[in-house]
Design a protein around this ligand. Structure first.
Ligand code: DOR
Ligand code: ZN
Length: 345
């Protein structure tokens, strides 16, 4: 048996939902992570400071007794977002970041941004107060192929925004391409990226070969193998601009296994064990702590956690639950498709 103890990790991109789903999935994250950036794409979205305060209250109420977990709240950027409301929520410590969804890019993104000029005052305020912008980096133009949407977003939207807003700190969320990796590496400041666990494990073949696998479908969709390899290099290479954001995104099975299935992989249950497997395979176990527990806090200007998480490797494969039960129905846990020998408490 081998063990690896690292500082307690944080998840810099997480979907917790609300109600019965929140109560079922939150313990899966709180068991491993000390903090997480909480995505605001509820229905309706979390747009104002008051809504973030209320949502934070519901998350705290859903925490299991004794859990030591801090939700880092985000606001959903709309064309009506009030810069002063955001500034007040940020100054009070309630809100850590703002999330930009291009309208229609993904689950519950209908209220996202269509006309980027209309959010200029908010972006300028964010640069002034040092509030990071978390970006879902895909264009929604129907003429752009879904596999090209990240690369086109960088050229058409992200780079112009960054040039026009000096000092704005940006996190490219869940990058899926070597274009995303290269763009982050090319920036001299104010740019980081999160990488999910599942994008280190699957490519687009996993979704489509031998039958369609709805539980591997997420957005941005997994790309070809060369991109997955670029992501693995970025995540395990020690560059502090890359850090973990699982994008664990639960949907009940009925919403995934259907004629028009929702996007999202639910990885909260086994993420840390899977990451240990990936980092070991890349001969980079010593860099797991940086990726999962140090680089993110450094980008966000927060101290790393003082508590720790111990991962254990044994001779027999770990059995993860195939599903977790929620009051809304079962949610399938991400299956890496290979045996994993690492486990967490
Ligand atoms: O796969 C995804 N699921 N990607 C997103 O951007 C949203 C998320 C969700 O909320 O289900
Ligand atoms: Zn997400």
């Amino acid at each position: 048996m081998t063990t690896l103890t690292i500082r307690r990790p944080d998840d810099w991109h997480l979907h917790l939902r609300d109600g019965a789903m929140l109560r079922a999935v939150l313990p899966e994250t709180a068991r491993h992570f000390a903090r997480a950036i909480i995505m605001p794409n509820l229905v309706p979205p979390v747009v104002t400071g008051a809504e973030a305060m209320a949502y934070r209250g519901r998350i705290m109420a859903a925490l299991p007794d004794g859990a030591d977990f801090t939700p880092l709240m985000t606001l959903y950027l709309t064309e009506e977002t009030d810069p002063d409301d955001l500034a007040a929520a940020h100054a009070s410590g309630l809100v850590t970041a703002v999330k930009l969804y291009p309208a229609g890019a993904t689950t519950n993104s209908a209220s996202g941004v269509q006309d980027f000029d209309r959010v200029r005052p908010v972006l300028e305020k964010m640069a002034e107060i040092g509030c990071p912008l978390c970006v879902h980096g895909e264009v929604t133009d129907p003429d752009v192929d879904i596999f090209d949407r990240e690369a086109v977003f960088i050229d058409r939207v992200l780079d112009p925004i960054r040039r026009a807003t000096p000092g704005l700190r940006v996190v490219m969320e869940h990058i899926t391409t070597s274009d995303g990796v290269d763009y982050v590496r090319s920036a001299d400041r104010d740019l980081g990226a999160t990488i999910t666990t599942h994008h280190l494990i699957i490519n687009r073949n996993h979704i489509l070969v031998g039958g369609i696998r709805p539980h591997y479908y997420c957005l941005p969709v997994a790309k070809r193998e060369t991109h997955r390899l670029a992501l693995r290099k970025a995540a395990t290479g020690g560059d502090p601009r890359f850090f973990l954001g699982t994008d664990s995104a639960p949907h009940v099975d009925a919403a995934k296994e259907t004629g028009c299935g929702c996007a999202g992989c639910f990885t909260a249950t086994n993420t840390m064990a899977l990451l240990a497997h990936v980092f070991e395979a890349e001969n980079a176990l010593d860099r797991l702590e940086g990726f999962a527990a140090l680089n993110g806090p450094a980008f966000y200007g927060l101290p790393p956690n003082e508590t720790t998480l111990t991962l254990t490797k044994s001779d027999t494969p770990t059995t993860f639950p195939a599903k977790i039960e929620t009051g809304d129905g079962p949610v399938t846990v991400f299956d890496p498709g290979f045996p994993v020998y690492w486990s967490t408490p």
